[in-house]
Design a protein around this ligand. Structure first.
Ligand code: FES
Length: 199
């Protein structure tokens, strides 16, 4: 468990607070805070400061711990922020999706154009790349939330957070994408205890 996960879990329990309540106070999406608490995403400096202050904690101490953890993470385990080769052009035909980058991102081809987006569903972490792609809309395999893969926009009331969209380009036979550091979360391994929507 990371330092941040440990600290946030303790503070939430001590204050009798839920992720939903704290996310509302911070004016951020519940799913974003849930990912941070679970250790699947790292808040940027400004958000780290806001969270620390909300709990009356020393923001500089928090930043030291979070940066220390990032420095200790092997470079190979960190998402690069430059363009990186992830697949061959021929591996993503029209209407197909391909999960790339250790499960962090998905490439889809819609009307001849390649699009890259985050694999983790903002609702509860389902792997969007294992869902269905119809036109430019991806449907999550867990609770059928839908997102536009060209814009990242959420299309159902289930979850209002957008999915991250990444730059994508073709170089020769290769597809390259550029991940944004700090916004990429890994999908969860199992659905939470929610009612699964049929279809
Ligand atoms: S996890 Fe994707 S819609 Fe629930």
């Amino acid at each position: 468990m990371s330092w941040l996960t440990d600290r946030l879990t303790r503070l939430l329990a001590e204050g009798g607070l839920t992720v939903e309540v704290v996310a509302r106070q911070l004016a951020i999406e519940r799913s974003r805070l849930a990912n941070i608490v679970a250790g699947a995403a790292v808040p940027n400096e400004s958000l780290t400061r806001r969270i620390a202050r909300l709990f009356g904690e020393d923001a500089d101490e928090w930043l030291n711990h979070i940066h220390k953890r990032a420095d200790e993470t092997p470079a190979a385990a960190r998402p690069p922020t430059d363009f990186t080769k992830v697949a061959k052009v021929a591996e993503v035909p029209e209407g197909a999706m391909r999960i790339v980058f250790e499960g962090l991102a998905v490439i889809a081809r819609v009307e001849g154009q390649l699009h890259a987006f985050g694999n983790a569903c903002p609702h509860a972490g389902g792997a969007l790349g294992e869902g269905l792609l119809k036109g430019c809309v991806v449907k999550c395999p867990w609770h059928a939330g839908r997102w536009d893969v060209t814009t990242g926009k959420a299309l159902t009331l289930l979850e209002t957070a957008a999915i991250p969209i990444f730059d994508v380009r073709v170089v020769g036979d290769d597809i390259e994408i550029r991940l944004e550091d700090g916004v990429v979360a890994a999908p969860a391994s199992a659905p939470p205890n929610l009612q699964k929507t049929p279809g």
